[in-house]
Design a protein around this ligand. Structure first.
Ligand code: BDR
Ligand code: CA
Length: 314
């Protein structure tokens, strides 16, 4: 079974992604690392532990990562995810110190020992810090699946930018550049596909009917997120981006796309935009696999059957 490290910023949809990963026997989770994104990395680490408690998996270590983006200026997404990052559910904190080892150190030491995959569900700050210091470790990564960016879709925090890459564009740019130099590709699960994944109030009610404990947890953390979507986008329900990246890592047929060279803009009104050279103007070797199509219904029944532990015909 391939080992995976989940680098995330929990975050409501990160929490759902963690639940999905924890319910999936295909993934052997070596650890969870957090990064400042939706909430500061230390609050995110506390939230990761809350999800681990919910899933009965407190054996998995959580490491706190970079508090600030490479450029130094940090903008959280508490307007979307709540002051606690979990939709103002204010679930009780889990007592206990966090390991002193930083997320970057944990990633570095793990990759020195073995080949692993990485699921990146937040800004790419930890990964950029690691790859800038130890670019040779990129060769030890089996797969890097990153939720972020977009190809044709509009952005979700500027007309053209997706939050994870917008929050730390220098980090995203560095990761794609260093992957290009290493001759490897990052699998980009961006807004083109994740926008399709909408968790509705009806689905949450049905989850509660099928599995009270899990359904209740999901209701508590998603209400705030749904209100945000209704108020700002007129959507009934909430777009859950991160779980699709988990599903795609487990089963690559969940999304399809194409290989391309990709760069990230770091300045001006297009800050955070992913520039995908789909027409090969630059004649550069692809450093990304850009996902553009998915089957939302198939994903949702996969997601529900996994987190509610109910076998259904896929
Ligand atoms: C991404 O940004 C965050 O708000 C979500 O957790 C997701 O990772 C979507 O743009
Ligand atoms: Ca996230």
């Amino acid at each position: 079974m391939p080992k995976v490290i989940i680098d995330c910023d929990p975050g409501i949809d990160d929490a759902l992604a963690l639940l999905l990963a924890l319910a999936s026997p295909e993934l052997d989770i070596a650890g969870i690392t957090t990064v400042s994104g939706n909430v500061p990395a230390d609050i995110g680490a506390g939230n990761a532990r809350k999800v681990l408690r919910q899933a009965g998996r407190q054996d998995i270590p959580v490491y706190i990562g970079e508090m600030l983006p490479l450029g130094g200026t940090y903008v959280d997404a508490m307007d979307t995810h709540g002051r606690d990052g979990l939709g103002e559910s204010f679930l009780p904190e889990i007592p206990g110190e966090f390991p002193e080892k930083t997320a970057v150190k944990f990633l570095e030491e793990t990759l020195e020992k073995e080949e692993i995959s990485i699921l990146a569900l937040g800004p790419m700050t930890n990964l950029a810090r690691l790859f800038q210091k130890r670019p040779e470790l990129i060769g030890r990564i089996t797969r890097l699946v990153s939720m972020g960016g977009s190809f044709r879709s509009h952005g979700n925090c500027s007309p053209v930018a997706e939050y994870n890459y917008w929050c730390d564009p220098e980090a995203a740019k560095a990761c794609y550049q260093l992957f290009a130099e290493a001759g490897k590709k990052i699998e980009m699960v961006g807004l083109d596909v994740t926008r399709e994944i909408v968790l509705t109030p009806n689905l949450v009610s049905y989850m509660e009917r099928l599995d009270k404990k899990t359904g209740e947890f999901i209701r508590k953390i998603t209400g705030f997120y749904m209100d945000f979507h209704w108020e700002y986008e007129g959507i009934i329900g909430c777009v859950i981006n991160d779980p699709l990246a988990v599903a795609y890592m487990i089963d690559s047929s969940m999304c399809s796309g194409f290989d391309s060279f990709l760069d990230v803009e770091t300045e001006g009104i297009c800050r955070g935009q992913t520039v995908v050279d789909s027409m090969n103007f630059w004649k550069k070797k692809p450093n990304s696999h850009v996902l553009t199509e998915t089957d939302a219904e198939r994903f949702m029944s996969f997601f529900m059957s996994r987190i509610l532990n109910k076998e259904v015909e896929q």
